[in-house]
Design a protein around this ligand. Structure first.
Ligand SMILES: Nc1ncnc2c1ncn2[C@@H]1O[C@H](COP(=O)(O)OP(=O)(O)OP(=O)(O)O)[C@@H](O)[C@H]1O
Length: 236
């Protein structure tokens, strides 16, 4: 297994202001994610899973502590640097797929590359490759409403990996899917992990943990346990 760190959090804290009240979302979380592994974040609703994913993605800024993502110290990075990292190197998968309804699947998948200034023809070819990797060849010109929820989530994963992104963050990627389709999505994420992509996901579904190399449990903003699963590579 690769030992290089894709994510290193040291004593990371984050609060949100609710009116005048400060709500702590993460309290001194320290966590390492090795490159090419899958880590599952678990814990009750409100325990801080989404907040941690948003900090890693650079969608929110760290209040205190150190957070390094793909070798960059994001706790000291400016907005422009974070936006560039997000656009070029990190993919985000949402529970509700978050595809643009009036764009075709391939147009959705190539969006991050176009946003990064890559020419449309090249972006289109890379998007086709990403769609093939998640089993969507032949559905490039369908609109999101013309495919199943599982296929929409595959397209969302293709958008997250397009252009050879090495870090995929997924916030409850199977939360809107039936259990069979959820398993298909976890198989795809595990397959990407086996190809060297680092995956960090949040989940409420215990069945998903069988695919993870490591499970990090949050409770009330604190990391309360870290479980390594040596059997992650031995699924049938
Ligand atoms: N933008 C925000 N503004 C105010 N409070 C927030 C914001 N985002 C998160 N919080 C608060 O931070 C805490 C952690 O929330 P977070 O969404 O990270 O939990 P979660 O574990 O992902 O929950 P769920 O499983 O329901 O998605 C909660 O108390 C939540 O209300």
């Amino acid at each position: 297994m690769a030992t290089e760190a894709a994510v290193t959090a040291r004593d990371v804290s984050k609060s949100f202001l609710m009116g005048r009240q400060k709500v702590p979302a993460l309290k001194g979380v320290s966590l390492g994610v090795a490159a090419g592994t899958m880590t599952a974040l678990i814990g009750p609703s409100g325990s801080g899973k989404s907040t941690l994913l948003h900090l890693i993605a650079g969608l929110e800024s760290v209040d205190s502590g150190e957070l390094s993502v793909l070798g960059r110290p994001v706790h000291t990075s400016g907005q422009a640097e974070l936006a560039a990292l997000r656009l070029r190197e990190i993919g985000f998968v949402y529970q509700d797929f978050s595809l643009i309804s009036d764009l075709t699947l391939i147009e959705n998948v190539r969006l991050p590359l176009e946003g990064a200034g890559i020419a449309r023809k090249q972006a289109h070819a890379a998007a086709g490759e990403a769609m093939a990797r998640v089993g969507l060849s032949g559905l490039e010109d369908r609109f999101p409403a013309e495919v199943s929820g599982g296929q929409q989530q595959r397209a969302s994963i293709a958008r997250a990996i397009v252009g050879e992104r090495k870090l995929v963050l997924a916030d409850e990627p199977t939360g809107s899917l039936d259990s069979k389709t959820g398993i298909e999505i976890m198989e795809i994420l595990a397959g990407l992990r086996d190809e060297g992509v680092t995956v960090v996901l949040s989940t409420h579904n215990p069945a998903n943990l069988a695919y993870a190399d490591e499970t990090a449990e949050l409770s009330d903003g604190s990391l309360v346990s870290l479980t390594e699963r040596s059997s992650a590579g031995e699924r049938s």
